[in-house]
Design a protein around this ligand. Structure first.
Ligand code: SF4
Length: 225
């Protein structure tokens, strides 16, 4: 097992180095850096979000802003940490102004995502929001219709359970979404074959959206629903 983990870590590092110089689409022009992904190279649970935002572009790490803090709290609520999972996005470079990724950008970057899945070999892939859900399910149904309902798909040449969830950013702007997110997260241990999460977990404290400061952070993508 240690040999498998070391091989996956090396493969992921090597691929990350390769992607760091990617200029396959126009998003390369305005990025500070490629935000490849972070977490365990042998994670059984992988999260795929939409695109890096302001903070991710500056730090080179996915989900480090307010939505990332909420994701960490939701993970904590089911007894997992960020080190237990792998987190990345459908596109690895920040779209200017945090606009939605364009179809040609999603298409250009999907090879990187599929290679990550191939290396990590997760059993469960949780898609956060519309873009990741549509891309990885191969179906047009949006997140509002399919969240919280697992699907069986083949990714990276292997059968994988796909589990669509709302993007945590949705709960920052629409507080009632927090309960929906918590309910959907509570099923993750069951889908991983682990002990079920407590029936009444500690409520997740809302994460405050920081007031704009210079330089002004652009709004998060609107394709969250
Ligand atoms: Fe390459 Fe993806 Fe960045 Fe486009 S978004 S330049 S395909 S890493």
């Amino acid at each position: 097992m240690a040999v498998v983990a070391a091989a996956a870590e090396l493969a992921l590092l090597a691929y990350g180095d390769q992607v760091a110089g990617c200029t396959r689409c126009a998003l390369a022009e305005a990025r500070t850096q490629v935000v490849f992904g972070a977490g365990s190279p042998t994670a059984e649970l992988m999260f795929v979000g939409e695109a890096p935002g302001f903070h991710e572009d500056k730090n080179g790490v996915p989900f480090v802003g307010a939505a990332g803090k909420l994701l960490s709290k939701l993970l904590d609520g089911i007894g997992l940490s960020r080190d237990d999972v792998y987190i990345c996005n459908t596109v690895k470079c920040r779209p200017p102004g945090n606009r939605n990724p364009l179809p040609e950008e999603l298409e250009a970057c999907e090879t990187h995502l599929f290679r990550q899945i191939e290396i990590i070999q997760p059993r469960l892939v949780a898609t956060l929001g519309n873009f990741a859900t549509k891309l990885l399910s191969g179906k047009p149904a949006g997140i509002t219709q399919v969240h919280g309902r697992e699907q069986q798909v083949v990714l990276g040449g292997r059968p994988v359970t796909l589990y669509p969830i709302f993007h945590p950013a949705a709960a920052l702007y629409t507080p009632r979404m927090l309960q929906v997110l918590e309910d959907d997260f509570r099923r993750i241990p069951e889908l991983l074959g682990l002990e079920p999460a407590p029936a009444a977990p500690e409520p997740v404290a809302p994460v405050a959206v920081p007031p704009p400061a210079a330089p002004v952070e652009q709004p998060l993508q609107l394709g969250l629903f």
